[in-house]
Ligand binder design. Structure first.
Ligand SMILES: Nc1ncnc2c1ncn2[C@@H]1O[C@H](COP(=O)(O)OP(=O)(O)OP(=O)(O)O)[C@@H](O)[C@H]1O
Length: 274
């Protein structure tokens, strides 16, 4: 199994002056970034800013046109990306499972990184134990036996995070995990992420969103993207500022933080009737 992460102590991710050009169009330009163990990054920006394009690079799913991307100390373009991906937990909200596996079985497929279970192989005792721990961390105990096909979107989201964590990845990548969730489901998801980060202090993560309200309290850093360029990147207290968020979204937005969570609203409201 792939549970032994590459032996190296540096940053989990490092990009240097990265450009991505597709069909003659710059989707990313000059992105330089370093993510260390224990850091939890928010990747924020409006539609089309390049967030998914950047996440695909960080997950070793695609390559840069120019510049360098090091994932777990390995340079993209010089390593077997399939081997590298085994150490990354990439949560795909469009998980292509169709069969009625239970939550426990779905979580266990993370160990073999397959969509369906490998029925001919009995899961190892340590895999079974880890699955139970993750089911608890993600608040799925009451529905461990429930069939995937009957789960709500929020329940599926949490099951997929547990699944992605099965091989003890160094890095967890989350692409808009709270999209489409109702208020309770979103709060459960964010609570689970806070707990997970507390229980696994070496884990690093990158969470993509358009919505500041969808950021867990445990977020430590943010990168703001607009038109494929970095507006700001660094610790949340420096980056999550009204002026920088307004510049990123191209609109005057006032942000505030209360008990660790953010809210955003238009800075100037028009008077009704004018
Ligand atoms: N293969 C491609 N060729 C040309 N343009 C592309 C390609 N892939 C993506 N794009 C464009 O690149 C831009 C950035 O896309 P990306 O999906 O990274 O943005 P995003 O910030 O994730 O957006 P959203 O918030 O809407 O999901 C978009 O304008 C998109 O249309």
């Amino acid at each position: 199994m792939n549970s032994s992460a590459p032996d190296f102590a540096g940053p989990v991710l490092r990009t240097r002056d990265v450009d991505v050009v597709r069909d003659g169009r710059h989707l990313l330009r000059g992105i330089t970034l370093e993510i260390r163990p224990g850091e939890h990054w928010a990747l924020l920006g409006p539609n089309g800013a390049g967030k998914s394009t950047l996440l695909a690079l960080l997950g070793a799913v695609s390559h840069p046109t120019r510049g360098e991307v090091d994932v777990l100390g390995r340079r993209l373009g010089r390593v077997d990306v399939r081997e590298l991906r085994a150490h990354l937990g990439h949560v795909n909200p469009r998980h292509p499972l169709r069969s009625p596996l239970s939550v426990r079985e779905v979580v266990l497929t993370g160990y073999t990184n397959t969509i369906e279970p490998e029925f001919h192989r009995k899961p190892a005792p340590e895999a079974l134990e880890r699955a139970e721990q993750l089911i608890d961390t993600l608040g799925m105990r009451a529905m461990a036996e429930a069939a995937w096909t009957t789960l709500s979107q929020g329940e599926r989201g949490r099951a997929l995070i547990a699944r992605a964590l099965m091989p003890s990845p160094r890095l967890l990548l989350l692409d808009e995990p709270a999209t489409g969730l109702d208020l309770t489901a979103r709060e459960l998801l964010l609570d689970s992420l806070d707990l997970l980060r507390h229980q696994h202090p070496e884990l690093a993560s990158v969470l993509v969103t358009h919505h500041l309200e969808e950021l867990p309290e445990s977020t430590t850093h943010a990168l703001l993207l607009r038109g494929g360029e970095c507006v700001a990147a660094g610790p949340v207290d420096e980056v999550m500022a009204t002026e920088l968020i307004s510049e990123t979204f191209g609109h005057p937005i006032r942000i505030s933080r209360h008990e660790g969570r953010w809210t955003a609203r238009a800075a100037a409201r028009r008077t009704p009737g004018r």
